[in-house]
Write a protein that binds this ligand. Structure first.
Ligand SMILES: [Zn+2]
Length: 461
């Protein structure tokens, strides 16, 4: 058993409904979950054994236990730039925000990331990615700052070393002062992997490589980062097919669709996952499926920016690994991963009718699906003996949920319920709807101050 600082020796969740997401999708109306150290050791129907030595028994009657949610796309730094360009398209919103982000430094990123991560925890998230792609020249070590934040809050973390090297002067969208030189990107990305990537099965930090998008990076950077990633055996992540503006950009500049463009540069495969993948025709869906590429479906952000609705059902039917993501907080001010589950169901049905996506399919995308996208389905994503102890315990006996017949419908279609307990790697991160690893009211003041500093620097406030 791995010794985990702060983890309870043994925790028993007793008397709760359990939705396991195991291979048989077992559900126990009144069951239990036993956690020893950072692993789940028992899951089943009925009362838990009473004779476990030194165990902390949690009376979980009235609650639903699910696997902790897995967030497959985010930009944590955006927590301090929310509420800007609220009625704009992606390109208009980015053009407003790039100059603001250009004023970031490590202190601001640390505070913003801590706020994002704490809020994610409140929405049931136990594992999150982050795609950080803005590195101002005099900003300090932003990548280290966000890893410090994740360690402090206590979430399992997959930071993606992002990058942009196609500034406006070369025909890209971002201003030149927020892009980097290709050589410095490649060196910094290698350094991030060397310093932080942990391939161990119970890793709390794994690094991925993530040039930003077709309209902000060069083809040379895409192909060279693909080589670098595969040389190091780490995953690859990028935005793709998010908007029709991006489709037009690719057709005009490269003479092909976004999927065809990145395929030619080595950017499809079982070690790649794409954020959004909204604008895919049937042949692109098949290409994504055939190559084993994963997708991060971000319904709220896509709706907030009016980008469209991802063909989640078609992708799943084609065999694509699909997870959910909140996307950056500046295009999804709510940043609640549980709300993404609800929106995935509602948007799929608005598009394809009431059978387009079940509540259990959507919850699967947020748990096991996300774990599959990150290549961690053997370790997280379901409640099974031997898996890591990443568990969410939702209270469903309150006024908002108590009479909803199906507990999964209560969780997914109802208002976000109180989160009674969130365990990450066996450690308590949320208890009775409050993050216990940080002081929320203090953090809120720090976030407000960081936001004011950044917006003042940009002349927005
Ligand atoms: Zn994004």
């Amino acid at each position: 058993m791995t010794a985990v600082p702060g983890a309870e020796t043994t925790t028993v969740l007793d008397g709760c409904t359990v939705v396991t997401m195991d291979g048989r999708r077992n559900e126990y109306p009144r069951g239990h979950v036993v956690i020893e150290g950072n692993r789940i050791t028992a899951v089943g129907e009925g009362a838990a054994p009473r004779d476990l030595p030194d165990a902390r028994y949690v009376d979980a009657a009235g609650c639903l236990a699910t696997p902790g949610l897995v967030n497959t796309h985010h930009h944590l730094y955006q927590w301090v730039t929310r509420g800007l360009a609220v009625d704009d398209t992606l390109f208009g919103w980015l053009t407003t925000l790039y100059p603001v982000w250009g004023g970031m430094d490590a202190d601001i990123v640390r505070t913003a990331a801590t706020g994002s991560l704490a809020w994610l925890a409140r929405s049931g998230c136990t594992t999150t990615t982050d795609h950080h792609y803005v590195f101002p020249h005099d900003g300090g070590d932003l990548f280290a700052a966000e890893i410090e934040a994740a360690t402090r809050v206590g979430l399992r973390f997959h930071p993606c070393r992002g990058s942009m090297d196609l500034g406006q002067s070369k025909g890209g969208l971002p201003p030149d002062n927020v892009v980097e030189e290709r050589d410095e990107i490649l060196a910094a990305t290698q350094e991030a992997i060397d310093r932080y990537h942990d391939p161990a099965p119970d890793a709390m930090v794994r690094v991925a490589v993530a040039p930003c998008s077709p309209f902000s990076v060069t083809p040379e950077l895409l192909s060279e980062t693909a080589e670098l990633s595969r040389r190091n055996g780490v995953l690859m992540h990028t935005h793709l097919a998010e908007t029709l503006d991006e489709e037009d950009f690719c057709r005009e500049r490269f003479g092909c669709s976004p999927v065809e463009y990145v395929q030619g540069l080595g950017w499809l495969g079982p070690d790649v996952w794409l954020a959004h993948a909204v604008h895919l025709d049937d042949s692109a869906v098949q290409t994504v499926a055939r190559t084993g590429t994963g997708v991060a479906h971000c319904p709220s952000s896509n709706a907030r920016l009016g980008a469209g609705i991802c063909r989640a059902r078609d992708l799943r039917d084609a065999g694509v690994r699909v997870g959910l993501g909140v996307d950056g907080a500046a295009s999804n001010e709510a940043s609640s991963l549980l709300e993404e589950v609800r929106h995935a169901v509602l948007f799929a049905r608005a598009r394809g009718g009431p059978q387009a996506l079940t509540v259990r399919d959507a919850l699967e995308m947020a748990t096991l699906g996300g774990a599959q996208v990150l290549g961690r389905e053997a370790e997280i994503g379901s409640l099974e003996p031997g898996k890591l102890a990443d568990v969410a315990l939702w209270r469903l006996d309150d006024l908002g949920h108590v009479d909803v017949v199906d507990p999964v419908a209560a969780l997914v279609l109802g208002a976000p319920p109180p989160l009674d307990l969130l365990l990450v790697n066996g450690r308590t991160v949320v208890e009775r709807n409050h993050v216990v690893t940080i002081e929320e009211s203090v953090l809120a003041r720090e976030v407000a101050s960081a936001s004011t500093t950044l917006l003042t620097r940009a002349g927005v406030k």
